[in-house]
Design a protein around this ligand. Structure first.
Ligand code: NAD
Ligand code: TYD
Length: 334
């Protein structure tokens, strides 16, 4: 199988590439990535020289480039490429519209023209919006609250349209919050770990009681592999590990693992429109595809802490470059 992975230099995409290259000895990957602030070729050092892996720097909104890659004969597209940070989408939504919506449409059009056999749209639980009780199923209405989530929901609807109109064999996956190696330290867990390692405060939005449902990035990658091989065209699959934590519970546990004081926690102004709780029902993927999560939250969190402890130069390079002062700039308007 020859796969076009987009956004493979980011957090989940790079984990997916490592996973596929080691699990499937005859599969090939082309990684198309624009290398935005979130894309980092350091994440892919281990596969760089592998003859089954090729990197192409480019933008998924570039139809000509996408067409030239698809012309080579691609069996499947897995679309990770996105602007992915809610806080950034609140400050400037345009890159989200451009990449998440127009970029997805460009890939869908290319897949349609070149008759690509499988298209996986890597979407998110955030398209369902927030719920205080119960869990979202795949038929739950889309009710996104942040500009990021709205752009991902728009992409999901475009996918639906390409399935209904052209029977493009595509599958949408909606996963909960991931944790693991190579996550950019603007997101809660890597931000907290790296700040704690520097004995800096950890900003908690609002009352810290917002709930997220955490899954190891490795379990997400395994689920995507199941979907690639067994997913039914036109279907949507929720992916989660049903491990709900308030942000405060999570940070308490993290500081305990790291042996750092709870006093590092600092409450800051809440994120506008901050979703209270995400929760997914995963009956469909477990029953129909036979996938289930394998890592507990505690295992995944400990492994993630250890990875950041052992890869200090990776995150120090990010935190000392353009990213330095990022947090102050991000919140200077509040
Ligand atoms: P990320 O921000 O770490 O990586 C995004 C990657 O996309 C980067 O390498 C970036 O350079 C690339 N990219 C951005 N714009 C591009 C463009 N126009 N053309 C080509 N490449 C471009 O994101 P992530 O956390 O790895 O998320 C990957 C996907 O998974 C996203 O679609 C996101 O919506 C989805 N998702 C993420 C989570 C999570 O917890 N992180 C959960 C569910 C779904
Ligand atoms: P984040 O990692 O940005 O993921 P998402 O908003 O896509 O779920 O945030 C996870 C949770 O942590 C969310 O409820 C917002 C909160 N949060 C903080 O409290 N402080 C922070 O500095 C960040 C980045 C997030």
């Amino acid at each position: 199988m020859k796969i076009l992975v987009t956004g493979g230099a980011g957090f989940i995409g790079s984990n997916f590439i490592h996973y596929i290259i080691s699990e499937h000895s005859d599969w090939e990957i082309i990684n198309l990535d624009k290398l935005t602030y979130a894309g980092n070729l350091e994440n892919l050092k281990n596969v760089e020289g592998n003859p089954r892996y090729r990197f192409v720097r480019g933008d998924i909104t570039d139809g000509k480039l996408v067409g030239s890659l698809l012309q080579e004969g691609i069996d499947a597209i897995v679309n990770f490429a996105a602007e992915s940070h809610v806080d950034r989408s609140i400050l400037d939504v345009l890159p989200f519209i451009e990449t998440n919506i127009k970029g997805t449409q460009t890939l869908l059009e290319g897949a349609h023209q070149y008759k690509v056999g499988k298209f996986i749209q890597v979407s998110t639980d955030e398209v369902y919006g927030s719920t205080e009780k119960g869990k979202f199923i795949e038929e739950s209405p889309l009710s996104p609250n942040s500009p990021y989530a709205a752009s991902k929901a728009a992409a999901d609807l475009l996918c639906h349209a390409y399935w209904k109109t052209y029977q493009l064999p595509l599958v949408i996956t909606r996963c909960s919050n991931n944790l693991g190696p190579f996550q950019f330290p603007e997101k809660l867990i890597p931000l907290a770990i790296t700040n704690a390692l520097e004995d800096k405060s950890i900003p908690i939005y609002g009352d810290g009681l917002n709930i997220r449902d955490w899954i190891s990035v490795l379990d997400h990658c395994r689920a995507l592999d199941f979907v690639l091989q067994k997913g039914e065209p036109g279907e949507i699959y929720n992916i989660a590990a049903n491990q709900e934590k308030t942000n405060l519970e999570l940070i308490h546990e993290l500081l305990d693992i790291m042996g750092k004081p709870q006093s590092l926690i600092t409450f800051v102004t809440d994120r506008p429109g901050h979703d209270r709780r995400y929760a997914l029902d995963i009956t469909k993927i477990t029953r129909e595809l036979g996938w289930k999560p394998t890592y507990s939250f505690e295992q995944a969190l400990t492994a993630t802490v250890n990875w950041y402890v052992n890869h200090e130069s990776w995150w120090r390079q990010i935190k000392s470059g353009d990213y330095a002062g990022y947090y102050d700039r991000m919140y200077s308007h509040r």
